[in-house]
Design a binder for this molecule. Structure first.
Ligand SMILES: Nc1nc2c(c(=O)[nH]1)N[C@H]1C(S)=C(S)[C@@H](COP(=O)(O)O)O[C@H]1N2
Ligand SMILES: [Mo]
Length: 312
C-alpha cells in the first residue's frame, strides 16, 4: 500500500513548543540529537527555524526518509549554478524576507501576498513525498506546506483560467546562475487547472519541520510528486492564471526532451536515456521507477484517455 495514514505523532504536536525546546536542549546535552545531526539524518536542532503548529497528513508515505544532509546539499537550482553543490554553496545569501508572491491573470481576487501571511493561509502539514528527478535519482522528503488548492480557492479563478503558471524570482544580482544562458530566465513552470487543484500538489515552505533552506526553494516552492522534479518550481515570485498552456523554461530550452506534462513514466524514455529505473540517493542498487512515481491510484484519472507518449 502506497499512501498510509501518517501514524507517528511529532513531539511538537503533543508538547507546547517551549517545553519541547527545553526537552530537545536536554536531549542535545545528552548527545542524542547531536549524533543524529552529525550524521545528517535530522537537521541541526535550532528552535528559531522550527515551524510551529505543523500537522500530520494522510497524504504521506511510509518509507525511509532521505537524510536532511543529502536533501540540502544535492540540489538542482540552476539560478545558482548547474553543479549539485552550487545551490548549497551559493543560495545562502538569497534574501527571502521581505518577499511577495504576485497572484495575477484570470482570477477574481488578484493581489500581492506577503510570504508571512501566505504561510498562514492554511494549516501547515508534514507530507513525506517521493521525488523523482528526470536525471534518474530520487529522494523521500518530509515537506512542510499546504495544498495549492487552498490558495486557488481563495483567489477565485474565473472560467477562463485553464492553466496555472509559476514564475521563479528573476534577480541576476542575487542569483548568479541567471547571469548565464543555461535557461531563458526566469524559470517558468505550469500545471493544468485540474492538476493544480489535486490534493497532492502543494506549496512548500519547509522540510524536516524546519523553515525551507534557500537551496530547496525558499521561501515558497511548488511540489508535484507525480511529476519529474523540474515541475516543482522553486522560490516562486508570481503565480499566473492563464487560458493557454504555459511555455515552460524546459520546453523552451529543449522541446523534444521536455513536454508540458512531464509525468513520471518508466515507459516513456527521455530521448537521451531510459526512465525505467532510478537511484534512490543513499542506495547502491537501482529501483524500478513507478508509473506516476507511485501515485497512480491518486492521479491516473487526470489523464484518462490521453496518449501519454504524445503528451509527455
Ligand atoms: N527555479 C527553479 N526551480 C527548480 C529547479 C531550478 O533549476 N530552478 N530545478 C528543478 C529540478 S530539476 C529538481 S530535481 C528539483 C530539485 O528540488 P530539491 O533540490 O529541493 O530536491 O527542483 C526543481 N525546481
Ligand atoms: Mo530534476
Amino acid at each position: 500500500m502506497l499512501l498510509r495514514p501518517f501514524c507517528d505523532i511529532l513531539p511538537s504536536e503533543i508538547t507546547p513548543p517551549e517545553i519541547y525546546r527545553e526537552r530537545r536542549l536536554f536531549m542535545q546535552g545528552m548527545g542524542v540529537l547531536a549524533a543524529g545531526a552529525a550524521l545528517g539524518i535530522a537537521p541541526d536542532a535550532q528552535a528559531e527555524t522550527r515551524l510551529a503548529g505543523v500537522r500530520s497528513s494522510a497524504y504521506t508515505l511510509n518509507e525511509e526518509k532521505t537524510p536532511y544532509k543529502a536533501i540540502t546539499t544535492y540540489n538542482n537550482f540552476y539560478e545558482f549554478g548547474t553543479g549539485k553543490s552550487d545551490p548549497a554553496d551559493k543560495a545562502g545569501s538569497l534574501k527571502t524576507r521581505p518577499w511577495t508572491v504576485k497572484v495575477e491573470g484570470k482570477v477574481s481576487k488578484p493581489g500581492e501576498y506577503d510570504i508571512d501571511s501566505l504561510m498562514k493561509l492554511a494549516p501547515l502539514e508534514e507530507r513525506v513525498y517521493r521525488m523523482r528527478c528526470v536525471e534518474g535519482w530520487s529522494m523521500v522528503i518530509p515537506w512542510v506546506g499546504f495544498p495549492l488548492s487552498e490558495l486557488i480557492r481563495r483567489v477565485a479563478p474565473t472560467g477562463n483560467a485553464k492553466y496555472v503558471e509559476f514564475v521563479t524570482l528573476n534577480d541576476p544580482g542575487q542569483m548568479p546562475g541567471q547571469r548565464s544562458g543555461v535557461l531563458d530566465w526566469p524559470y517558468v513552470e505550469g500545471l493544468r487547472m485540474d492538476e493544480a487543484m489535486h490534493p497532492l500538489a502543494i506549496l512548500v515552505v519547509g522540510l524536516y519541520g524546519q523553515v525551507l533552506p534557500n537551496q530547496n526553494g525558499a521561501p515558497v516552492r511548488l511540489v508535484v510528486p507525480w511529476k519529474y522534479g523540474f515541475k516543482s518550481a522553486k522560490s516562486i515570485a508570481r503565480i499566473r492564471f492563464v487560458e493557454k498552456q504555459p511555455l515552460t523554461a524546459w520546453m523552451r530550452a529543449a522541446p523534444r526532451e521536455y513536454g508540458f506534462y512531464s509525468n513520471v513514466n518508466p515507459h516513456v524514455d527521455h530521448p537521451r536515456w531510459s526512465q525505467a529505473k532510478e537511484r534512490r540517493i543513499g542506495e547502491f542498487l537501482k529501483r524500478d521507477t513507478l508509473m506516476f512515481n507511485g501515485y497512480g491510484a491518486q492521479v491516473a484519472q487526470l489523464y484518462r484517455g490521453m496518449d501519454l507518449q504524445k503528451f509527455f
